[in-house]
Write a new protein. Structure first.
Length: 77
């Protein structure tokens, strides 16, 4: 039975090892992406909650998030 040389086998093993590392890193990145999507959804919900609270308190307004200034939103906007 023919076999690869030790050098060829080592080279193949190293390449397969690097490929496996890439697959593992892709999996880790995918998990991070899912965590960030979940976190983003939570933050969007919090912003929506705040927006609803402000709307109850001030009516329909547009808020400049840099200055805090409010401008009434016309009904046709």
């Amino acid at each position: 039975m023919k076999k690869l040389t030790k050098k060829e086998l080592k080279q193949l093993q190293e390449e397969v090892g690097r490929l496996n590392d890439v697959y593992i890193n892709i999996g880790k990145l995918e998990m991070q992406k899912q965590f960030l999507y979940k976190h983003c959804n939570e933050l969007e919900s919090e912003v929506k909650e705040l927006t609803n609270e402000f709307e109850e308190k001030y009516g329909k307004v547009e808020v400049n998030i840099n200055t805090g200034e409010m401008r009434k939103i016309k009904e046709d906007e």
